[in-house]
Design a protein around this ligand. Structure first.
Ligand code: PGA
Length: 258
């Protein structure tokens, strides 16, 4: 059995008003109960964070943001800081999602500053990495992932590395219905863990959760989560409804008993 607690995170992207978000949290909390062998993190848009934190209080559900700025305060119109998230009782933050990289031009250096700022504020970063279709076809998947992991985690002290969660999300699988096969995903996850061994040592690397993301659904989750280095999922589309999301939590719980 893995020493790593499986983690299922819902990335709601730009979906759900605060009212809709509250209803979804209540439905998920009711289905999951107060205990689960799986760690669960819900990542609503900024405007729903406060409502989701309130609805999640006293449940087994943790709350994450989808982004933040690396600076503590100042003239950064439209941005929020780690301290602002902490103040709401947010515990996790997704950083470097491929949509932030592609649509909003975030580069590895900026993402790295955010990772370090999150850790300094005791927020757990969910660092997203993954190759484009053209990069996979050109055979450069490992090189791309290596760059994103190494630059993304630069300067992270070994003592804090266990707080980091990596999400491997092949960009061609996000929102497309195309999933990496379990074997393809496992290969990249094992490669990412080998990079963590080099940077932080085997013991720490063995404790870092590496999630898969990209069209993970109830019908493909069991096979993905059965792979040794796949420790959970970062779920987009299937996180927007309680039933499919809770099914994924149950798949992750089942993976512990295999
Ligand atoms: P998807 O999104 O599950 O809809 O493919 C995953 C993600 O973008 O994090």
């Amino acid at each position: 059995m893995s020493i790593r607690t499986p983690l299922i995170a819902g990335n709601w992207k730009m979906n759900k008003t605060a009212t809709e978000a509250t209803d979804l949290v209540k439905a998920i909390a009711a289905a999951v109960g107060t205990e689960s062998a799986v760690q669960i993190v819900l990542c609503p848009p900024f405007t729903a964070l406060s409502a989701v934190c309130a609805a999640a209080e006293g449940t087994h559900l943790a709350v994450g943001a989808q982004n933040m700025h690396d600076k503590t305060h100042g003239a950064f119109t439209g941005e929020v800081s780690a301290a602002m998230l902490r103040d709401l009782h947010v515990t996790h933050v997704i950083l470097g999602h491929s949509e932030r990289r592609a649509i909003f031009g975030e580069d590895d250096a900026f993402i790295n500053r955010k990772v370090n700022a999150a850790l300094a504020a005791s927020l757990k970063p969910i660092l997203c990495v993954g190759e484009l279709l053209a990069e996979r076809e050109a055979g450069t998947t490992n090189a791309v992932v290596k760059r994103q992991v190494e630059l993304g985690l630069a300067g992270v002290p070994a003592g804090k590395a266990e707080q980091v969660i990596i999400a491997y999300e092949p960009v061609w699988a996000i929102g497309t219905g195309k999933t990496a096969t379990p074997a393809m995903a496992q290969e990249v996850h094992a490669f990412i863990r080998s990079l963590l061994v080099t940077q932080f040592g085997a013991e720490t690397a063995g404790r870092v959760r590496i999630l898969y993301g990209g069209s993970m659904k109830p019908d493909n989750a069991d096979a993905l989560l059965a792979e040794h280095d796949i420790d959970g999922g970062l779920i987009g589309g299937a996180s927007l409804e309680a039933k499919s999301f809770v099914d994924l939590v149950q798949s992750a719980a089942k993976s512990l008993t295999r």
